[in-house]
Design a protein. Sequence first.
Length: 198
Amino acid sequence: MVRSGIQFAVMAFVALVVASCTTTPQPQISGNTGVADVSYEAVGLINSFRAQNGLGPVSVDSAVIEAARYQAVAMASRDVLSHEVAGDFTTRMNNAGFTYATATENVGAADRTVADSINAWIRSPHHRENMLLREAKYMGMIRASAPGSRYRTYWALILTSAAAGSGPKIIYSSIKPGKAKGGTPFENDGVQIFFTQQ
């Protein structure tokens, strides 16, 4: 029985899932690159945007940060802007322990600053909707730099309604193609995730 659904969009971020949470090989960035946790810079901007839309704040969570790190690093290391580069979102979040959470992910590329990325997502309807997930309580955001790559900088933002823990698995996800606005490259605008009760 379907319990809840979410809209999922693209935002470029770099993420590594905690090794103890998954058996998936960890992507590595080689060469002149860097990975930065920008969650504490981003949370104020996201909470301000949420407050302007009548929603409560989210807080930074270390497990969500690691899930975002896994995705961002995978994109930067392979020079690919995609939700699927390190496995589909449903599998990645289940492997990270978020089996009883409504979750969204934005990925993006090429933006120079945290504010630039968040503003690009605000201008993109599906990404905007993700940041306005009513149930969201936790977030993590990562920037992965790969100077020799096509976009140079990759971003990943994840928001969840619950902390990592026990519960039913996410059993279904589907991708709806779309186009973003504002000049930032996006892919896979809008992934619907459904959750079931065991």
